[in-house]
Design a protein around this ligand. Structure first.
Ligand code: TRP
Length: 333
């Protein structure tokens, strides 16, 4: 029987999530998710969540969000998250997220929310177009803090691009506890080991952001071969600042084949040779995930049952703490 099922899960409480706003990319996988599979689910009591409520913060198509949510959950299992070891679930199946989010809105200030990069970027785009953004995009960090704090989370394994968001969650937890009493655990972000570090979302537009986990091999090859290589025809070198495109390829190669990007660079006389090796490494590296995804996608009942059980367990964990938070702020809960 699994550690979780016996209730004997040792190690830290871990929570992370992925948004079903687009197809999951190689950057999502190498930037954070692979570590969930290889490290986090073995180290502690881990919960992994498809954060579908967050997908409603931008213009969305209902059918697409539903489809991408199922796909993300299926992919998480296909990558190797084992429902016997960790809890996989969908955010909207557990009311406590939205319930606690309101208290977080009553803890945070509008200035803090406006400083978040995600909001500033979208807000700047909007200003350019003369359009508007949804209010939930501004309040998103409150929901995100709720996701994490509802579970007494100690560690949040994320991509390096998410540091600012976890920092705000920490501040809100500390502030809440100081004002109302110790209800929340103050979490910390954890990041993949350097060897597996590949830019996550900030790599978008680069190869690792452009390759989707379910792309067919020919599509993967085409995207890798088209990856932009700044720096003309010079030597292949690992220079994150000067040549992010080449660095991205070397990091992806290192993530799949082992080794250090700096050293791998020495083995290449041309970009073309690097590109074709990366293309093959990615195609082979993703093959098992794609194949398992296909098998799981054909077995909807199984995936649904996993998500139902996951939501039930998550609810049971979150409910008492969210109730305690409601009481602490003066509600008659
Ligand atoms: N913001 C994350 C992303 O952009 C998703 C997310 C939502 C998340 N809530 C979270 C990640 C809580 C970790 C913990 O992908």
């Amino acid at each position: 029987m699994s550690a979780r099922a016996t209730g004997a899960a040792a190690g830290p409480r871990i929570f992370s999530g992925v948004e079903p706003t687009g197809h999951l990319t190689l950057g999502n996988y190498l930037g954070a998710m692979r570590r969930w599979v290889e490290v986090d689910q073995h180290r502690g009591d881990a919960l992994f969540c498809v954060v579908d409520l967050h997908a409603l913060t931008v213009e969305h198509d209902p059918a697409r969000v539903r489809r991408l949510s199922r796909q993300a959950a299926t992919l998480m299992l296909a990558m190797g998250l084992d429902p016997e070891r960790c809890t996989v679930f969908v955010q909207s199946h557990v009311d406590e997220h939205a319930r606690l989010s309101y208290l977080m809105e009553c803890t945070a200030t509008d200035g803090e929310m406006r400083r978040m990069l995600q909001y500033r970027e979208k807000d700047a785009e909007r200003a350019g177009r003369g359009g508007s953004v949804r209010l939930s995009l501004l309040t998103y960090p409150a929901l995100r803090a709720a996701d994490i704090l509802a579970y007494g989370t100690q560690e949040v394994p994320v991509g390096a691009d998410q540091a600012q968001q976890v920092e705000l969650t920490r501040e809100l937890a500390v502030r809440f506890n100081q004002r109302y009493g110790e209800v929340f655990v103050v979490p910390r972000a954890t990041y993949p080991e350097a060897a597996a570090r590949v830019r996550g979302k900030s790599g978008q537009g680069r190869m690792s952001g452009g390759v989707c986990l379910l792309d067919e091999p020919e599509v993967v090859r085409m995207k890798v071969m088209r990856a932009v290589m700044e720096g003309g025809s010079g030597a292949v070198e690992y220079e994150r600042g000067e040549r992010p495109g080449v660095a991205d390829l070397l990091e992806v190669l290192a993530a799949f084949s082992g080794g250090e990007p700096e050293r791998l660079a020495e083995g290449y006389a041309s970009y073309g040779a690097l590109q074709s090796d990366v293309a093959e490494a990615v195609v082979e590296g993703l093959r098992p995930v794609r194949e398992r995804h296909a098998a799981l996608a054909a077995n909807r009942e199984y995936v649904d049952a996993v998500l139902r059980a996951g939501a039930e367990r998550a609810r049971g964990l979150a409910r008492p703490r969210v109730d305690a938070a409601y009481r602490a702020v003066g509600l008659m809960a």
